[in-house]
Design a binder for this molecule. Structure first.
Ligand code: DGP
Length: 118
């Protein structure tokens, strides 16, 4: 596990320093709408504790990772896309297209999503 100071834009959202449309909160995770939505529903699920990416998570983070995925499914149901289907994505590093170094799962749905991704 690599954990550094929570000084990304997501850290600022967690600390309430910049606004976000928060749709889910618990003691471990927060969900908020993406500022640049790529589908009708586009929510980001993040851990309160900063882990830079999935590639920085370790065995000790298993419970947290499982929880985050459960939250993704819960938020999808809350957003009304559980029946129609949706996608959960986490981008890792440069080639993965990661732009914020704080682990996040994208929950995307509300339209038919193409495959493979670009
Ligand atoms: P990624 O490219 O996988 O690292 O996704 C980062 C996402 O974060 C991207 O879809 C845009 C979103 N994002 C960046 N800055 C902000 C922000 O200030 N507020 C919100 N709500 N989303 C943001």
């Amino acid at each position: 596990m690599t954990e550094t100071r929570n000084d990304t834009v997501f850290g600022m959202i967690l600390r309430g320093e910049i606004p976000a449309d928060i749709v889910y909160e618990d003691e471990l995770a927060v969900g908020f709408r993406d500022i640049d939505p790529q589908a009708e529903v586009h929510v980001l699920i993040i851990p309160r504790r900063r882990i830079n990416s999935l590639g920085h998570a370790g065995q000790e983070d298993r419970d947290l990772l499982g929880h985050l995925l459960n939250v993704c499914a819960q938020v999808a149901a809350q957003e009304g896309i559980a029946e129609s289907g949706y996608r959960v994505v986490t981008n890792i590093g440069r080639d993965g297209g990661q732009s914020v170094d704080h682990l996040h799962f994208h929950v995307l749905g509300g339209r038919s999503l193409s495959w493979p991704p670009g």
